[in-house]
Design a protein around this ligand. Structure first.
Ligand code: TLP
Length: 346
């Protein structure tokens, strides 16, 4: 690995701060498989309250959270509707097929947002030939769409369609708190349209590990069993939950700084030759950098900036993704713009 000086590959690269580590050091612990870890219980109560759900469950990762949710909502042979660029479809290693024996029905969204009429058309009729629709999943903020915010009224429309048909909804809210901070809309307001909601602490919130899945008491009871089957029943993990509680207390409001940094980065880069940035997409802590340069592809440009200590991921044949987070300062954003300038000039 090159010497990375500015790491914009993801907000997952954040490292626990000394104060977060101190909170972890002092955490009270117990055996969480027996539901006896007081710090985990405290975190779960707080997240359930934050999301307006009866209960919640600590899991090791966002992937496990989504996978446990899909397993809990479905039975083999069913279909899950999702947006074609969502994390569940693109980055969970085929988990829905592997773990739950379900197929995904992907729909194309705009900025990750689905049109309710397309969702309606995708819901299967009651017919022996077709795969029953068991679940609809949405993502907020939407990662591959560039950290875009899912408008709450669009969620409400899909809920109004799904609820009377008895189709549950799951929200991959890995970065839901980015949307909350950017819009001022309460987390509960987003999550009330969903039967289950997953949030992550290991992204912009800066914890080393941890996601929480929230839902009804009945849903969480069932999910707890699947978490155990998936190998996610852990023991004295109050030390991890303490990092998440610290993040809730200290690292939520400051997400606004990451959003400001992403805007600044986008604004600095969009003026460079061979670079296109859709500014409407820059809503939270990500910048999708379209490379339209005679000399560079996303891959070769990301290699060239890495030579100068700046890391960002080429995510497809058109784009580099840059993600701002709590380990990136204002000065580093200016430096990142400068590095792009230099490389594109050379
Ligand atoms: N996203 C990671 C990579 O997996 C792509 C990243 O660098 O952005 N939901 C969403 C929306 C996510 O962006 C991620 C992680 C997850 C779920 C999974 O979380 P983890 O990595 O904890 O399994």
């Amino acid at each position: 690995m090159k010497n990375i000086h500015i790491d914009l590959r993801s907000d997952t690269v954040t490292k626990p701060s000394p104060k977060m580590r101190e909170a972890m050091f002092h955490a009270e612990v117990g055996d969480d498989v027996y539901s006896e870890d007081p710090t985990v219980n405290r975190l779960q109560e707080r997240v359930a309250e934050l999301l307006g759900k009866e209960e919640s469950l600590f899991v090791p990762s966002g992937t496990m959270s989504n996978q446990v949710a899909i397993k809990t909502h479905t039975i083999p042979g069913q279909e899950v509707i999702c947006e074609e660029n969502c994390h569940i479809f693109n980055y969970e290693a085929g988990g829905p097929a592997f773990n739950s024996l379900v197929q995904l029905r992907t729909l194309r969204g705009k900025y990750g947002v689905l049109d309710v009429s397309e969702v309606e058309a995708a819901i299967r009729p009651d017919n022996v030939h077709v795969t029953p629709t068991a679940l609809i999943t949405l993502e907020n903020t939407h990662n591959r769409a560039g950290g875009t915010i899912y408008p709450v009224e669009k969620m409400r429309e899909i809920y109004a369609l799904a609820y009377p048909k008895g189709i549950p909804m799951h929200l991959d809210g890995a970065r839901l708190l980015n949307a909350v901070v950017a819009t001022g809309i309460f987390a509960k307001e987003y999550s009330k349209y969903f039967d289950s909601v997953s949030i992550c602490f290991s992204k912009g919130l800066g914890a080393p590990v941890g996601s929480v899945l929230a839902g009804s008491k009945e849903f969480i009871n069932k999910a707890r069993r699947y978490r155990k089957i998936f190998g996610g029943g852990m023991r004295q993990i109050g030390i991890l939950a303490a990092a998440c509680i610290y993040a809730l207390d200290n690292n939520v409001e400051r997400l606004a700084e990451d959003h400001k940094n992403a805007s600044r980065l986008a604004d600095g880069l969009r003026k460079l030759p061979g670079i296109y940035i859709d500014m409407a997409q820059v809503q939270t802590n990500m910048v999708m950098i379209h490379v339209r340069h005679p000399k560079f592809t996303p891959e070769s440009l990301s290699r060239a900036i890495l030579e100068k200590g700046l890391a960002a991921l080429a995510i497809d044949s058109e784009r580099i993704r840059a993600v701002t987070h709590l380990d990136i300062s204002d000065e580093q954003i200016e430096e990142a713009i400068f590095i792009f300038q230099q490389v594109l000039k050379d």
